[in-house]
Design a protein around this ligand. Structure first.
Ligand code: BES
Ligand code: ZN
Ligand code: MN
Length: 501
């Protein structure tokens, strides 16, 4: 999709869109907010809008065909709600909806009469993100493709002058590239597990690294044995597919920056989670091809890192494997020896994410990083606690947690802090080993986080349990029914929060 900013709408656009604030719409008897339209059209519109009870409240829309005096064949009025309540989050959804509407109406060119007050780099970036995110669909496995395609071009019509225009164009392009990376992460996540195997994920990472100037290294089973990753290997051993530890690395050019402590991003990349011998139910297993959403979000973020050029190295570690039952599968009651040396009794083979991540976190911590942030679809319990749109945030470092909260807010992704409760740590005690991999009873999201904490030692560390928000159950705003790429934009916003010296 070609995104642009220009002072006048193209006459050849198939759809002209006018977003309106409810407060300015209600207050003006002369409806100055309709001012961009020709007076004659305004006159015919007003009684129609009154009849339809259009008040420009959020998500209200009104479509007019063959608007009088306009070269464009359709005019879409959209409610933005109150000016003061409008956040970037809503702009993303607004643009997502516009793109979806244009797709339905088969309009290849869209012109958007952009409100003056929203002509800021921040708003434009969010809007661009929403447009590109809204154009995503997952139809590669359909033999009959939907003939309706998202618009080829979308034009923000606003009057600005050169220095400011350049600023807005930079923001537009940044938002577009971020959303493209996020759509790439969504496509990896939506891909079924027979196709997106651990090896396929590793290959996707290598190809991406080559395109974006990152270093990639991949370690297979033998290397994992040499790395003594007993927990990761155990999860993978029931599958016919070889596990892959994927490392992506960004290094700043400046020799001073290159020597700084790296930031580590760690992602769960279980390409299919059947539960293993602690087999999931039929319905519990649906959607488990997306159990690598954490890794996909990290990979999407890495794609952007090389162009955002933070003044410190960034390293991604992704643990890719399948969790399958078989004659070779690890068993409940097995005792594993982790890379760190701690022994772990397997109380449930379905709590596999924390086993994979535990070994990865240990490896990351050995490199004495600036901080570690891990993203994982770790527990259904986190979804029970926070629902489908909020991720659980855990960690051992107040400053890092505060940075992440700020980053998430800036990125328009909802996260909420949950406690690492010491009482519940008792519940991870094993009779026969140092730890077991599940706790008893309620508070499962906390058990998962407490388990991970055992492997990071003193390193500042945060864990985002993205089980709920990593997928959307219904299409809405910019989302489709499927992967969201959640967490990627928070990771990118974090780069700006961290101290640069
Ligand atoms: N991958 C699942 C978590 C999950 C559940 C992701 C639903 C997306 C949707 C994870 O590996 C898992 O199975 N967790 C168990 C932990 C339990 C055995 C302690 C769970 O949540 O039931
Ligand atoms: Zn899982
Ligand atoms: Mn599981």
């Amino acid at each position: 999709m070609l995104l642009s900013i220009s002072p006048t709408p193209h006459a050849s656009s198939g759809l002209l869109v006018l977003p309106l604030f409810s407060d300015s719409f209600a207050k003006t008897s002369h409806n100055t907010s309709l001012a961009p339209l020709p007076p004659a059209l305004e006159k015919t519109l007003r009684p129609l809008l009154l009849q339809e009870k259009f008040s420009a409240k959020a998500e209200q829309s009104f479509l007019l065909h063959m608007p009088q005096g306009l070269p464009q064949p359709r005019l879409l009025l959209l409610g933005l709600g109150e000016k003061a309540l409008l956040q970037n989050d809503k702009l993303r959804n607004l643009l997502g909806n516009i793109v979806k509407t244009a797709k339905k109406l088969n309009a290849p060119k869209v012109s958007l009469l952009w409100p003056e007050t929203l002509c800021t780099p921040d708003n434009i970036q969010a809007a661009a993100e929403g447009a590109v995110l809204g154009s995503y669909s997952f139809d590669k496995w359909k033999s009959q493709k939907n003939p309706a395609a998202p618009p080829k071009s979308l034009q923000f019509v606003c009057k600005t002058h050169p220095p400011r225009l350049r600023q807005l164009q930079t923001a537009l392009s940044l938002g577009q590239r971020i959303a493209q990376a996020q759509n790439w992460a969504r496509a990896l996540t939506d891909e079924p597990a027979h196709s997106l195997t651990p090896l396929a994920l590793a290959n996707a990472a290598k190809t991406m690294a080559l395109q974006h100037g990152l270093k990639a290294r991949v370690f297979g089973r033998n290397a994992l044995k040499r790395l003594r990753m007993g927990m990761f290997l155990a999860v993978a051993q029931g599958s016919a597919l070889e596990p892959q530890l994927i490392e992506l690395r960004y290094e700043p050019k400046s020799p001073v920056h290159k020597k700084r402590k790296p930031l580590y991003w760690v992602g769960k990349a279980v390409t299919f989670d059947s539960g293993g011998l602690s087999l999931k139910s039929h319905s519990g297993m649906l959607g488990m091809h997306a159990d690598m959403a954490g890794a996909a979000a990290v990979m999407g973020a890495m794609q952007m890192v090389a162009s955002l050029r933070p003044p410190f190295p960034v390293v991604a570690l992704l643990g890719a494997c399948e969790n399958m039952p078989s004659h070779k599968a690890y068993r409940p009651t097995d005792i594993l020896i982790s890379r760190m040396g701690k022994t772990v009794e397997v109380s449930n083979t379905d709590a596999e994410g924390r086993l994979v991540l535990g070994d990865l976190l240990c490896l990351a911590a050995e490199n004495k990083p600036l901080a570690i942030v891990n993203l994982a679809t770790l527990t259904g319990a986190c979804m029970v606690a926070l629902g489908h749109s909020i991720a659980g945030l855990f960690g051992n470092n107040e400053t890092l947690l505060a940075h992440l909260e700020k980053a998430a807010q800036q990125a328009g992704e909802k996260i909420w802090r949950l406690p690492l409760c010491e009482i519940q740590k008792e519940e991870l005690k094993s009779d026969v080993a140092d730890l077991k991999n599940t706790g008893d009873g309620y508070g499962g999201a906390i058990h998962g986080a407490l388990f991970l904490r055992e492997f990071v030692q003193e390193t500042p560390w945060a864990h985002l349990d993205i089980c709920g928000p990593s997928r959307s159950l219904h299409p809405s705003g910019w989302k489709h029914k499927g992967a969201t790429g959640f967490g990627m934009r928070t990771l990118l916003a974090l780069l700006e929060q961290l101290p640069t010296a």
